[in-house]
Design a protein around this ligand. Structure first.
Ligand code: 4AD
Ligand code: MG
Length: 442
């Protein structure tokens, strides 16, 4: 029997729906508990589809078998009521999953009120009721895949000697783009919600060499696109003794590991979500690479009015990836559109040794990364060039004064990654309680 809290009732344990559907209990008496997914009444019997975290199974409550109260209660309860039952497993080709449980005993632990979610509701209504919509098969499956993405990311990084650590969410001014900061009133002072944990990770690699954090980042971008959340989950890693080439390898290995792990451990969920596992299994290292300059040429050839020095945004990303089934690294972006902390590229001094990783099929940028500048004086020069105040970055520059080490790092947008993986319409579809410009409830 599976571990279901390990509680014994009448010398029996509750088991999960998945175990019954797997066939091991044919002809046996089992105890199940969960929520009523659907209900259908016929003469002298009630079909109750029972849902637990592992699946849905058809059960049948017959007037001739159970007590009068049990039958009346079964007949009058509404969907999402909470029940426990005991019954015998029979193969039944008409039942979804191939098995039916013929109920001997049933208890309704909670009679649900009328459930507000029915068929064909607007996206807006469903999002307003996300606290209830969560119970849908679709969202449950998505959240289980999300769990495996988190688990396998940690697995890969631990296997490669990264320590998991944390960084503060309240920060001073440092981040990616000034205009997108969320300001917080902090005991009479201004603080900000962090846009990236990178700056607080870098000092930690001087202690642990390889570090990562899996935490939210906050961006006040007003972009109402299917790719933007105001609070997203950010997997960020920093690695000592690691140059640009090493950084690229780390990113592609991590992504590949996660794709394969989801197929290995979430096969049934992918199937229910109609995702072809081949799409994930075909992800293989090394990924294709293209320089920023080449990418500009490709976009120009496709008719886009984009000049060298401008950023690669949605339209350009679409041109580069819409007919592509594989990941694409774009590297060596111009200094003027990237951050001062990146390492100079000696081969083309207009650029830094940085990269973005683009998802296939127009799903956008999933990673931003770079080799970090390890010389304090070069960082000061970069700041002077862009007219930023070095005082703000005092401690960040300070770490380069004591045993400065070559290092690199990157940040994965976990929600974008899952959106691509499951071919979801909108990034909020993979988050339990999404936060966007217009969505803050529930
Ligand atoms: O490219 P970004 O801004 O890079 C950084 O923040 C670096 N400091 C990371 C690092 O090197 N440690 O953000 C990294 C990724 C993006 O590629 C994107 O996938 C995701 O974070 N991202 C968002 N995801 C959802 N909603 C948003 N508003 C996002 N902004 C960035
Ligand atoms: Mg970026």
């Amino acid at each position: 029997m599976t571990d279901y809290n390990g509680f014994m009732v009448n010398n029996m344990e509750y088991i999960h729906v998945r175990d019954v559907l797997a066939g091991a209990y044919e002809g046996k008496t089992v105890m199940l508990r969960g929520w009523v997914h659907r209900i259908r009444k016929q003469k002298k019997m009630v079909f109750v589809l029972l849902r637990d975290p592992t699946g849905v199974i058809q059960t049948v409550v017959k007037e001739a078998v159970v007590s009068e109260t049990e039958y009346e209660d079964s007949a009058r309860m509404l969907i999402e009521s909470l029940v426990t039952l005991k019954g015998t497993v029979h193969p039944d080709s008409r039942a979804a999953g191939g098995f039916e449980v013929q109920v001997d005993e049933i208890e309704i632990l909670h009679f649900a009120e009328e459930f507000p979610l029915t068929e064909n509701l607007s996206t807006e209504f469903l999002n307003d009721n996300r606290h209830l919509w969560m119970r849908s098969r679709k969202l449950t499956n998505v959240l289980k895949v999300r769990d495996e993405v988190f688990r396998s990311a940690r697995e890969y990084l631990r296997q490669h000697d990264f320590y998991e650590t944390t960084s503060p969410m309240f920060v001073g001014t440092m981040g990616e783009e000034g205009g997108d900061l969320f300001e917080v009133e902090y005991f009479g002072r201004k603080m900000y919600l962090t846009q990236t944990s990178q700056m607080h990770l870098e000092p930690q690699l001087f202690a642990m060499e390889r570090v990562f954090t899996l935490a939210p980042s906050f961006r006040g971008e007003k972009s109402r696109t299917r790719k933007h959340l105001t609070e997203f989950w950010h997997l960020e890693a920093e690695e000592a003794w690691c140059d640009h080439e090493c950084n690229i390898r780390r990113q592609e290995e991590l992504i590949t590991h996660m794709c394969h792990a989801v197929v290995k451990n979430r096969g049934p969920e992918l199937e229910e979500l109609s995702v072809d596992p081949e799409k994930l299994l075909s992800v293989k290292t090394p990924f294709e690479r293209m320089s920023y300059s080449e990418a500009i040429d490709v976009c120009q050839a496709a008719g886009l009015d984009l000049k060298w020095g401008q950023d690669i945004r949605t339209e350009a990303e679409d041109i580069l990836t819409r007919v592509r089934d594989s990941f694409l690294f774009v590297e060596y972006y111009p200094k003027e559109i990237k951050s001062f902390y990146m390492k100079n590229n000696e081969d083309d001094p207009r650029t830094y040794k940085n990269n973005d990783l683009l998802l296939p099929r127009g799903f956008g940028e999933v990673i931003g990364g770079s080799q970090r500048e390890d010389k304090a004086d070069v960082i000061l020069e970069n700041l002077a060039r862009i007219g930023d105040d070095p005082e703000k970055y005092k401690w960040y520059i300070d770490i380069r004064r004591y045993g400065s080490v070559e290092h690199s790092g990157f940040g994965v947008g976990i929600d974008r990654f899952i959106t691509w993986m499951l071919d979801l319409e909108h990034i909020r579809d993979c988050v339990p309680f999404p936060r966007t410009v217009s969505r803050t409830y529930p």
